[in-house]
Design a protein around this ligand. Structure first.
Ligand code: HEM
Length: 162
């Protein structure tokens, strides 16, 4: 595989594969709570850019539910991070934020959707990734829709596949 671009060193801990340890927890005021599993893949081709693919499944039936893919870039010489994300639901997003230690905190900078995406409309997404001291990766996602204020939608902890 290509040599790691030094621009990725601050976030090289994301690279490779992850899978949900315990099933993730989904929630939102307007839906039934649910459990899901998820795999994450972060790779690179030698540029200072991470390429990612997330695949989420309904926990019991293993039915595919949600997918996201995209790119992660850092502004050189700063702790500013940008995620460029496409979601299977018809949403496209730019999230921006900061790297602090081994924690990424991001929120929506811009959002677009296909004309026939499901309602309600997502207005804002905020998410955190954190590499924990036990080597596991944690992701928390909150969202605001046109009929609910910003509330948590997802919480999940990943480990390296065995
Ligand atoms: C529901 C957005 C990720 C599973 C929803 C709803 C929205 C939404 C807007 C409808 C809420 C309502 O009816 O008030 C998002 C966004 C995501 C995301 C923006 C990523 C940033 C995921 C993931 C899963 C998931 C990773 C994992 C399987 C579900 C389920 C429902 C739901 C099961 C309830 C049933 C349904 O409405 O389809 N999500 N979601 N979502 N989401 Fe997500």
């Amino acid at each position: 595989s290509p040599e790691l671009n030094p621009g990725l060193l601050p976030i090289d801990w994301l690279l490779g594969a992850w899978e949900s340890d315990e099933p993730g927890e989904g929630s939102f005021p307007s839906i039934e709570p649910f459990r899901y599993t998820e795999t994450l893949h972060f790779s690179h081709v030698g540029q200072p850019i991470i390429i990612f693919m997330f695949n989420a499944f309904e926990a019991e039936s293993k039915m595919p539910l949600h997918q996201e893919c995209g790119f992660i870039r850092m502004q050189p010489g700063t702790n500013r991070v940008a995620f460029i994300i496409a979601q299977n639901s018809g949403l496209m997003e730019i999230e921006e934020g900061e790297l602090t230690g081994k924690q990424l905190s991001l929120k929506t900078d811009s959002l677009a959707r296909i004309s026939f995406a499901k309602t309600p409309k997502v207005k804002q997404i905020s998410r955190e990734f954190q590499l924990r001291s036990d080597g596991r990766l944690e992701q928390t996602v909150s969202m605001e829709t046109d009929n609910q204020p910003l509330k948590q939608h997802l919480h999940v902890i990943y480990r390296r596949p065995s």
